[in-house]
Design a protein. Structure first.
Length: 365
């Protein structure tokens, strides 16, 4: 067999083949060894020189990686990647870091730095593979399919001290539209059907003001008590949230128990907003908190690209698919729902059910 056939597969036996090659060259000649092993004299000389220089270690396989890489990231760029990765508690990946901070290097180069520096997060075991619904979402009408949910903010380590020290809200009420991926949210100290209904009215009135026909659209939620009321209530008794949806003609779809994956879009936003907002921002007052929350919502709806939607932002999808709709429809400031309650129902005693609202809808900025 020729030499290259013997060593083309990396193996521990290759060491012995090279040793026999060098031994044959030393006992006879380089030309004889090259003829006997079916290789070139240049190859024989290479292994002889390595053996003379390093001994048996010289007969081991060496890395074929280039000694210098002209296009490799500079040390200061790698240090910047490492600093940002640590700053955001190892939650931000290569794409998010590059898109937000315009880092030098490709996504793969930034990922390589993260991996080599030992800054990887252990992967969570995924029990269910998400279906690719991108093609379906492209066919949806604007605001036809929507998801609503609440997020408990008290388990976010960075946010909890501000919540306790300054009385910041504990719950986020979230709405996400499926065709573009835009989001609206508001806050309250309690998680109940009263505030869920106020949030529903706040969003529905905003959509109506831009010409969206809310009658017949679908809002999907889980089976939380803030959406369906007490599980012990009579079947014909509606929660305050359901009564508001009925008033606007909005169809309420409920997912089956233990099927949170069906709320994937709004749950994904909850993970994103925690990583990119609550887990990294500092707050000096509730006013500053609401201002920063408003700024992040504008960033998410108008600027942040979604890699699962052809790397486009919600407003880019809106311009492309629904050019007749004003982009201002994505501008709905986050508010304290307690403030809306006091404004709308100031002459009504607090209660579980929501009374009919004042005829004029307030714009809160």
């Amino acid at each position: 067999m020729r030499y290259y056939q013997l060593v083309r597969e990396k193996s521990k036996m290759n060491f012995n083949v090279r040793y026999q090659l060098v031994k044959e060259a030393q006992e006879s000649s380089i030309s004889e060894a090259a003829r006997k092993f079916g290789t070139t004299r240049k190859t024989v000389r290479k292994w002889i020189n390595r053996y003379v220089e390093k001994g048996f270690a010289g007969l081991e396989e060496e890395s074929r990686a280039p000694k210098t890489i002209p296009h490799k990231m500079k040390a200061e760029d790698e240090a910047r990647v490492e600093e940002l990765r640590e700053r955001f508690k190892r939650k931000w990946g290569a794409r998010r870091l590059k898109d937000r901070f315009k880092l030098n290097g490709s996504y793969s180069a930034i990922h390589r730095v993260i991996k080599q520096k030992g800054l990887m997060k252990p992967k969570r075991k995924r029990y269910r593979k998400r279906k690719d619904l991108s093609a379906l979402k492209k066919r949806l009408s604007l605001y036809r399919r929507n998801q609503v949910d609440t997020k408990d903010l008290s388990d976010i380590l960075n946010y909890w001290p501000y919540m306790k020290g300054m009385g910041l809200p504990r719950y986020e009420y979230t709405y996400r539209e499926l065709s573009t991926g835009c989001c609206f949210y508001a806050y309250a100290d309690e998680n109940n059907s009263l505030y869920a209904s106020i949030f529903a009215r706040y969003v529905a009135e905003h959509l109506k003001s831009y010409g969206i026909k809310v009658n017949g659209i679908e809002w999907q939620s889980d089976n939380g008590s803030e959406f369906i009321g007490s599980v012990r209530k009579k079947l014909n008794r509606r929660s305050a949230f359901e009564e508001v949806l009925d008033e606007y003609g909005i169809y309420h779809r409920r997912i089956p128990p233990r099927a949170s994956y069906l709320q994937g879009d709004v749950e994904t936003f909850h993970r994103i907003v925690e990583d990119e907002f609550y887990d990294i921002e500092d707050f000096n007052s509730e006013t500053e908190f609401l201002g920063k929350a408003y700024a992040y919502q504008l960033y998410f709806n108008y600027m942040r690209n979604n890699r699962y939607r052809e790397n486009k932002s919600p407003v880019e999808i809106l311009k492309e698919r629904f050019p007749e709709i004003s982009k201002d429809i994505f501008n709905l400031p986050p508010v304290r729902l307690e403030g809306l309650y006091k404004f709308w129902y100031k002459d009504v005693l607090p209660g579980y059910h929501v009374p009919k609202p004042a005829p004029i809808f307030p714009i809160i900025y």
